[in-house]
Write a protein that binds this ligand. Structure first.
Ligand SMILES: [Zn+2]
Length: 415
């Protein structure tokens, strides 16, 4: 498909007052997309064979990546139900899941569809979902997630993390055999959760995780809620495994609350090792009274790739996920007190896999000819405006095709 976007606003640079960025410069272009790539960007383009869309000066920004969610056990699109108190912490949830998830099996597929469709509507063209593999649900959720996501493979890319939510080793050898079966049926990553707290044996759990990841040639993405020096210890163990094995696949730590707790020296040591080993971090940007927000920009400035995820769109763990990444970016900049054009606009990278229209010195770096044509038309005049004012998305473009469009009233810079 050839797609010609007329009258598209692209960011072209920053305006400065001495060294301070006061505004983002933009210009209006035509953008030609073919075979899933940007092939021409010019003031005027004519293409007789193209589907033509008049963007009416809307801004084009990179599309979003949802880097941590659970499409397999959601209440989303079902009836409202608030989570119950977790009197035994995470173990309360395991007991709950043993009854709840088998009961939800006959609606799980429809709800997973509803979640994926919601994410697409909200501008996501990539989804990484963790999917339970536990003694009750075995590989049933993996099969559901695979079946659902395959329906959208022309529209989005996705990753499936086989997630031993109830521990990897504490349920015995029989469970490990089931878990391996999940890895044979299309998981791209191995998950995990607080191996010191849940399995009471983080060393063995992590060794097994890396051994299986090597065997099945998959990445790793581990939930780590453990705080302070226990979390630090587990992160060090993960880094030890990577270094000892020269592990090549991608490794991500999700949540990693310990980064909010550690004293400066320990923090810097850990960050340097994370960056050297290219270990990524995914955060939901928690702002509640419990988990503290990790120092996102500090980590990123020191070479750690940080991504955002919603984790859930309402389930028995949390009632809050919105799937609205513009809202999450807004929550993030408010949480850290970023009020200027540069800080707000550059924050977009946490939601886009690192892409921003301008680099940090204001040079245009996206879209470039040959880049994958994944983008959003938004009623905003800059990335900062989009985030600060939570401007709406009218068009979602993925792999060079329009995968979602909605009617919005254009207000441009006055929004
Ligand atoms: Zn999670």
């Amino acid at each position: 498909m050839t797609l010609l976007l007329k009258n598209v606003r692209l960011e072209t640079g920053y305006l400065y007052d001495q060294t301070f960025v006061t505004a983002t410069k933009t210009n209006i272009f035509d953008v030609l997309i073919e075979n899933g790539k940007f092939i021409e960007i010019a003031p005027t383009i004519e293409a007789s064979n193209a589907v033509v869309i008049d963007a009416q000066k809307q801004l084009l920004v990179p599309s979003f990546k949802e880097m941590h969610t659970h499409i397999d056990k959601t209440y989303f699109s079902g009836e409202w139900k608030a989570p119950t108190p977790a009197t035994e912490g995470i173990f309360s949830r395991f007991k709950e899941e043993a009854i709840l998830l088998p009961k939800q099996l006959d609606v799980a597929e429809d709800r997973a569809h509803a979640m994926v469709q919601h994410y697409i509507k909200k501008g996501h063209t990539h989804i990484r979902t963790h999917v339970n593999v536990d003694p009750q649900i075995e590989t049933k959720h993996i099969e559901i997630a695979k079946r659902v996501l395959e329906n959208y493979q022309d529209q989005i890319t996705y990753e499936i993390v086989a997630f031993p939510q109830h521990g990897l080793l504490r349920n015995g050898h029989a469970f490990l055999t089931i878990f391996e079966k999940a890895l044979q049926t299309g998981a791209t990553h191995i998950g995990g959760v607080d191996p010191a707290l849940v399995d009471r044996n983080s060393g063995e759990v992590l060794k097994t995780t890396f051994r299986l990841a090597e065997k099945y040639e998959v990445g790793i993405d581990i939930h780590l809620h453990d705080r302070n020096t226990l979390g630090e210890f587990e992160i060090q163990q993960i880094l030890n495994e990577i270094e000892q094995r020269s592990f090549q696949k991608d490794v991500t730590i999700s949540h990693a609350f310990a980064f909010a707790d550690l004293p400066q020296q320990s923090l810097d040591k850990l960050i340097n090792r994370m960056a050297a080993n290219k270990v990524g971090l995914t955060t939901t940007v928690p702002i509640g009274a419990g988990p503290i927000t990790i120092p996102v920009k500090y980590l990123c400035d020191r070479g750690v790739k940080v991504s955002f995820g919603h984790d859930s769109l309402v389930d028995h763990w949390s009632p809050f996920g919105s799937g609205d990444t513009i809202q999450k970016l807004n929550q993030f900049v408010q949480r850290f007190g970023y009020i200027d054009e540069w800080h707000i606009g550059q924050s977009l990278k946490y939601a886009t896999g690192g892409l921003t229209p301008l680099n940090d010195v204001g040079e245009q770096q996206w879209p470039k000819i040959g880049d994958a044509a994944n983008g959003l038309l938004v009623d905003a005049v800059s990335s900062a405006h989009l985030i600060a004012r939570q401007c709406p998305i009218s068009t979602v473009i993925s792999k060079g095709n329009i995968i979602h469009e909605e009617e919005i009233e254009l207000e441009g810079e006055f929004r």
